[in-house]
Design a protein around this ligand. Structure first.
Ligand code: SAM
Length: 258
């Protein structure tokens, strides 16, 4: 196997259509432990595998989050949800990451909250497996099951931060997602039903039973969905507001149990 050089990797990635070929080449060459592994990574990236799955990790809120095949890759814009959660309840002692995927949100929250009790849950066993790995350094627990049914009953009425980055793509828009999402992420991680808000409505309806007084539910939505999501939170009895980051293209709806 000839030793791969940065220019040769850049050339191969650029020819395959990678826009950030220089950055990707550096990440591949610094992540690979052997020249063979580097060559395999380049081949997989050239074949169209998302960079994070090639590397086996994604950067999120300053952490290196392990990503495994078939698990939603955490998006940088979701760092805004983490930031808003920490601002809303800076002294949170019980944190739940519902619809956790890799567990990136829970891990990021735990990293900033000293000694918080952390639970994460997902319906997809592949996500639970991956989250378990990412939460272990933070003493977190990952549970499998449908939304709140996965959580231990002793959390009822005690949750200070309930972060739920639910699937929110309207069913009809899934076919128009970038191929990296369509081809490599499970439908259950993307499809939010006809208007994209099916899972969000279920979360909002049950959240008040699980939140502590002053506890906060946070979800990410699109700009178009935010007003409906806000009304849904209010119907559930939460004091709700929207936060927007133009820079990160992120919309977060927050609901506090008052
Ligand atoms: C958009 S991904 C977000 C993953 C992760 N929170 C993140 O931000 O990277 C949505 C996740 O919700 C999970 N999910 C979908 N429906 C669910 C349900 N009914 N109960 C629990 N998890 C669910 C999917 O398996 C997927 O991992």
């Amino acid at each position: 196997m000839p030793l791969l050089t940065t220019p040769s990797v850049v050339t191969a990635l650029r020819a395959a259509g990678c826009v950030f070929a220089e950055d990707e080449a550096e990440l591949i060459l610094t992540t690979a432990r052997t020249p063979d592994e580097a060559a395999t990574m380049v081949d997989r990236r050239v074949a169209g595998l998302p960079l994070e799955l090639v590397l086996g990790w994604a950067e999120f809120a300053g952490l290196r989050i392990t990503v495994e095949p078939g698990v939603f890759v955490p998006r940088r814009r979701t760092e805004f949800l983490v930031e808003r959660a920490l601002a809303a309840v800076p002294t949170a002692s019980v944190v739940v990451d519902l619809c956790c995927g890799s567990g990136a949100v829970g891990a990021a929250l735990a990293a900033s909250l000293d000694g918080a009790e952390l639970h994460a849950a997902d319906i997809d066993p592949a996500a639970v497996h991956c989250a378990r790995r990412n939460l272990a350094p933070h003493g977190g627990h990952a549970h499998g099951g449908d939304l709140f049914a996965a959580l231990p009953a002793h959390l009822r009425g005690r949750v200070d931060i309930l972060a739920a980055n639910v699937p929110y793509v309207p069913t009809g828009e899934v076919p128009f997602l970038p191929s990296e999402a369509r081809d490599h992420e499970p439908l259950v991680a993307l499809d939010g039903g006809t208007d994209g808000l099916d899972v969000l409505r279920r979360v909002a309806a049950e959240a008040p039973e699980w939140l502590a007084p002053g506890g906060c539910l946070l979800v990410e939505t699109s700009e178009r969905q935010a007003p409906t999501a806000l009304a849904t939170f209010r119907r559930s009895g939460l004091t709700a507001r929207t936060a927007v980051s133009a820079e990160m293209h992120a919309h977060v709806v927050l609901g506090t149990l008052t």
